[in-house]
Write a protein of this length. Structure first.
Length: 485
């Protein structure tokens, strides 16, 4: 019926559509499908272009509907103007109890006229722990702040100049830092949901890399295509940093790679200079035409692989899938050189390097589980301060476990916080890892007969660092000590 009404532009039914939208009843799962169809029918009839005030009023009222689905779809059909933004603010949908509607409100707000009133409200939205811990809302908040940056811009120095580790930053601090320099975590198992536009921005890639069971080979990260794009990859035991601009290739190629874990930093700077470093040592330099001038196509960032054919960046001789370990510290940063350099004093990547550095030789720790005893098979191990560490954690037990490393003296605090997650309906989504500053690094939940690797830099401060399984109830007997000397 909706399709026929729109195709025939049958406007005789508009009053009936209003009644459907005004109906606040919902079914047993909280939906009102007729109201949703009516909203999109009004949209298809062209009644929401601003000329029909009654239609706009009806949709504004629908922003307060009892059904989250109706509220969300009302957001999507509104015209992008100040009147619509005022209605969204009045309904307080950026704090909607339904997370999907809240996300939709933030994304719709990102396409509305810039508003200092909304900018101020986004500060409090970013301070919400519920928003910080959601898988999608932080990016929606950031999208809204890009359009309404006034309040964040005025406080950027205070928010962004913190010396906290990235994992401990509040959402407010992360958004503020992101206004100055975009940061994207590179994870082979988690796609970057909103691919960035690299045009006019410096590109800096950093991360720790170590061997798996086979020789290192494949693509670490790539974006774009054979005409315009970039790729950092390993081929024939060499690390290659490749930039393509207008079909011309610029590259830096290393010699043989270290046998042990190493740190990589690759960059494309404002003057077109490319840099590549391994463990802080310069591999080489090259000079391109400059920064990319247009968005790359395809825009998706490929982590741990690349496309084939012309949709890929390089001619790969041994496939594109990355065979190795990419540390959790791996990141892509983009910086507009014309932006304020508030973070310059803190950001070692300004010259193409990062705060990742090598200290002594790397070490690989093999960690397992004693079957049916709920114990790690190592009660302690020793590493050097600042050393690059890889922990290969293999779970051969019949239940899920994780491995969490915490700060000295915080064993009880972390353990009790993990027990609290047993009463949290979202505890499993958090891998039963408490969101507290005492935790340094953690694996996700590891299924039976599965494995997970942690790649990180050991703390600089010597001491006894507890490692525990934070699945509720496990921590009291499933623990050990990482001794840092």
């Amino acid at each position: 019926a909706q399709r026929l009404i729109v195709e025939n532009q049958n406007k005789d039914v508009i009053n009936q559509l209003y009644k459907l939208i005004d109906d606040k009843n919902v079914d047993e799962i909280g939906l009102n499908a007729p109201a949703i169809h009516a909203l999109w029918t009004l949209h298809g009839l062209g009644e929401l272009d601003g000329s029909n005030k009654d239609a706009i009023r009806i949709v504004h009222n629908a922003l307060n509907h009892t059904s989250p689905g109706v509220r969300k779809n009302a957001l999507k059909v509104l015209p992008h103007n100040q009147e619509s933004l005022d209605a969204i603010l009045s309904a307080d949908l950026i704090r909607d109890p339904d997370m999907a509607t809240r996300k939709a409100a933030l994304l719709v707000a990102s396409e509305m006229p810039s508003s200092p009133i909304l900018a101020e409200q986004l500060i409090s939205v970013s301070e919400s722990e519920e928003n910080r811990n959601d898988a999608y809302l932080p990016q929606a908040v950031f999208a809204a702040v890009l359009t309404h940056p006034q309040s964040f811009s005025s406080k950027a120095v205070d928010y962004a100049s913190t010396n906290k580790a990235d994992s401990l930053l509040t959402l407010t601090e992360r958004v503020s830092r992101g206004l100055l320099e975009e940061q994207y975590n590179l994870d082979t198992r988690s796609a970057i949901l909103y691919p960035p536009d690299v045009s006019g921005k410096e590109i800096k890639i950093s991360g720790s890399i170590s061997k798996g069971n086979n020789d290192l080979e494949g693509v670490i990260v790539a974006q774009g295509n054979k005409e315009n794009g970039y790729s950092l990859y390993i081929q024939d035991k060499s690390l290659i940093w490749l930039v393509k601009q207008d079909g011309k290739a610029y590259q830096i190629k290393s010699g043989n790679l270290p046998e042990e874990q190493f740190i990589v930093n690759a960059s494309l700077l404002e003057n077109g200079e490319m840099q590549l470093q391994i463990n802080g040592n310069n591999v080489g330099k090259a000079k391109t035409q400059g920064l990319f001038t247009n968005p790359l196509d395809p825009e998706k960032i490929r982590v741990g692989n690349d496309n084939s054919g012309d949709k890929g960046v390089a001619d790969y001789t041994a496939g594109t899938w990355f065979r190795g370990r990419l540390g959790k510290d791996a990141s892509l940063s983009l910086k507009d050189p014309s932006a304020s350099g508030i973070l310059a004093s803190q950001d070692a990547t300004a010259t193409g390097t990062s705060d990742l550095s090598a200290s002594g030789s790397a070490v690989v720790i093999k960690m397992g589980v004693v079957q049916h005893e709920m114990k790690f098979d190592k009660i302690n191990f020793t590493v050097k301060a600042g050393q690059q560490v890889t922990i290969d954690f293999e779970n051969r037990d019949f239940m899920q476990h994780n491995l969490v490393i915490a700060k000295p003296g915080t064993f009880e605090t972390v353990g009790k916080a993990s027990d609290e997650l047993a009463r949290n309906p979202k505890g499993a989504e958090q891998n039963f890892v408490p969101n507290i500053p005492e935790i340094i690094i953690a694996t996700p939940l590891v299924d039976p007969n599965s494995s997970e690797s942690l790649v990180f830099k050991a703390p600089d401060t010597p001491g006894d660092y507890p490692y525990i399984c934070t699945v509720p109830g496990h921590w009291r007997i499933m623990n050990g000590i990482m001794k840092v000397e």
